[in-house]
Design a protein around this ligand. Structure first.
Ligand SMILES: [Mn+2]
Length: 331
């Protein structure tokens, strides 16, 4: 090991110790908040429900901290406002956050590919998905550039004392594969971000699994048509549900009747000794606990659903009673 590598390891250890001591001094736990997508009013109502107050210096709690699972932006009407609340809380030590796929895409949209294009191509499909953010922040403005710079400081995952946070899927093999592309704080390095955007590369596949969720190939001769009428031969799966072992049980967003009741045969099941929290999946209806050790907190605030938090105080087995949610529209 070179002295430089030793120093990197030491500083990683130091940062972890700092995180742990923050946890101890702050006291009694974390409130993990799902995808916000520019719904600042709902965020403020949720923070108030959780006992966070704004004394003019940003929201804080005397003994607890927020952890945001990413996807602050795109879709909603108050993206600058949502970012201002979250960034302020993170800078004051009242919150931690991880990178969502929408922030990952936003960085790629703003980053040159060195050949006159951008890491995320400016196609009309990609622009449509990102337009509300570009319009609200005003693409190229100081506020826009500042937001992109902040996204670059978000870690891909948090592995803390007793809990883990990632945007879409905790998959150890993919996280290990990303390791050389991340700095000691788990943020993409400049070169690592390029690698994660090189289509078809191992790093890009791993980043997709972690930030967008795993997809598995359907058995031969089986396909279905998605909501846009495209024929699909792969499906996203409920990796958090240990009982979802067949295509029919595990597939997301597909009519189960068109899928075979055969084993999916690839193992993304979680099964670790500490719970993991994530967002991303646009779940419908009243928030529920998706699993005792893997809680999805995205209940579609951007589709008139709920902004949802889990109030965690050290438990290994999660409890549905600790879910706290506010509807997208008050009333
Ligand atoms: Mn997402």
């Amino acid at each position: 090991m070179t002295s430089g590598e030793k120093l990197t390891l030491l500083s990683a250890k130091f940062i972890q110790q700092q995180m742990d001591s923050t946890l101890v001094t702050k006291g009694s736990g974390f409130d993990i908040v799902g995808d916000i997508h520019g719904h600042a009013d709902a965020l403020e109502r949720l923070l108030a429900r959780l006992g966070y107050t704004d004394s003019g210096d940003g929201y804080s709690h005397p003994s607890r901290q927020i952890i945001f699972v990413g996807d602050f932006i795109d879709r909603g009407p108050q993206q600058s406002e949502a970012l201002a609340i979250a960034r302020n809380m993170c800078s004051k030590g009242s919150a931690l956050a991880v990178l969502g796929n929408h922030e990952f895409n936003a960085i790629g949209w703003a980053t040159s590919d060195g050949n006159g294009g951008f890491l995320r191509p400016h196609t009309s499909k990609n622009q449509t998905q990102h337009r509300a953010f570009l319009d609200q922040l005003k693409e190229g403005s100081t506020a826009y550039r500042s937001a992109i710079d902040w996204f670059r400081t978000l870690p891909v995952y948090l592995d803390l004392n007793g809990l883990r946070i990632v945007h879409a899927c905790w998959h150890q093999q993919s996280l290990d594969l990303l390791r050389p592309h991340l700095d000691p704080q788990n943020c993409f390095t400049k070169a690592g971000f390029l690698a994660a955007n090189a289509r078809g590369s191992a790093a890009s596949t791993a980043a997709e699994i972690v930030l967008k969720g795993p997809e598995v190939a359907l058995p031969p001769n089986v396909s279905f048509f998605d909501k846009d009428g495209h024929e699909r031969r792969e499906t996203r799966i409920k990796w958090w549900d240990g009982a979802a072992t067949t295509f029919r049980l595990a597939a997301i967003g597909v009519d189960p009747d068109v899928l075979p009741d055969t084993p999916i045969g690839s193992d993304y099941a979680y099964g670790a000794s500490k719970p993991v929290f994530f967002g991303h999946y646009w779940l419908r209806g009243t928030p529920v606990l998706t699993s005792p050790d893997a809680a999805c907190l995205d209940f579609s605030v951007a589709r008139a659903g709920y902004l949802t938090a889990y109030r965690w105080t050290g438990e290994i087995n999660l409890n549905a009673e600790n879910l706290v949610a506010v509807p997208a529209a008050p009333g």
